[in-house]
Design a protein around this ligand. Structure first.
Ligand code: E4P
Length: 231
């Protein structure tokens, strides 16, 4: 299972690369706009520091323009994968782009049925949006399971990507559904480690340790020095 970072921030990408959590990067128009810089330049920079796939989304609903934009975006760097929306227009574009071997992620899937024609086409990835429906009070955790089944039953080489991961529970749900890739926003990784019970337990352990007299703690705290002086 691979973990992509769902961001267009160079700082965040570099930070999470240092934690081994950047097998690839997903961007979208909203994420690029958030950076407030030239989006093409930003994409080039991201693609140059990431060895895995980097997604770039088309910004039109017209299929002919999607095809032209996708061809151009794919030329920005070797590891660019073009994001196409899961619409009828997107399907028309994907059908042509697939023949041209342009690497594709089909995005904005909110129902497994949306992914079916793209799975049949054997595009590289379909991204299912697990979290966003929660904004409307709709629990969409089943989506990843349904799409996994569709891919397996259709014996397609399309990879399943879990997207719109808003919290740690969604991360675990995606793993349970045996997706191929999870694209995780930095905010979600922060929530994973912003656990008050963990913080309390860690603090208690360290405070208890300080109760031990300093001369008794010393050997344990300088373990490396002790071992090297004995050898
Ligand atoms: C995925 O590739 C998308 O960029 C992302 O997961 C969108 O999620 P959102 O619902 O947080 O915007």
């Amino acid at each position: 299972m691979e973990f992509f970072l769902d961001t267009a921030s160079l700082d965040q990408i570099q930070h999470y690369q240092g934690l081994g959590l950047v097998d690839g990067v997903t961007t979208n128009p909203a994420l690029l706009a958030k950076e407030g810089r030239d989006p093409l330049g930003q994409l080039r920079e991201i693609a140059s520091i990431v060895t895995g796939p980097v997604s770039a989304e088309v910004v039109t609903t017209d299929p002919e323009r999607m095809i032209r934009d996708a061809q151009k975006l794919a030329g920005v760097a070797e590891n660019i994968v073009v994001k196409i929306p899961a619409s009828t227009a997107g399907l028309a574009a994907a059908y042509q782009l697939q023949k041209q071997k342009v690497p594709l992620i089909i995005t904005l899937n909110f129902h497994a049925a949306q992914t079916v024609p793209f799975i049949k086409l054997e595009v590289d990835y379909v991204a299912v949006f697990i979290g966003r429906t929660e904004d409307f009070g709709i629990d969409n955790k089943q989506l990843a399971w349904d799409t996994r089944l569709a891919i397996d039953n259709m014996q397609s080489r399309t990879q399943l990507m879990a997207a719109s991961i808003r919290n740690p529970d969604y991360l675990i749900d995606a793993i349970s559904a045996n997706v191929d890739v999870i694209t995780v926003p930095p905010e979600c990784w922060k929530k994973v480690y912003k656990n008050p019970i963990f913080e309390l337990a860690e603090r208690e352990f360290l405070e208890s340790w300080q109760q031990l007299p300093e001369d008794l703690r010393r050997a344990y705290e300088t373990l490396d020095d002790t071992i090297s002086s004995q050898s």
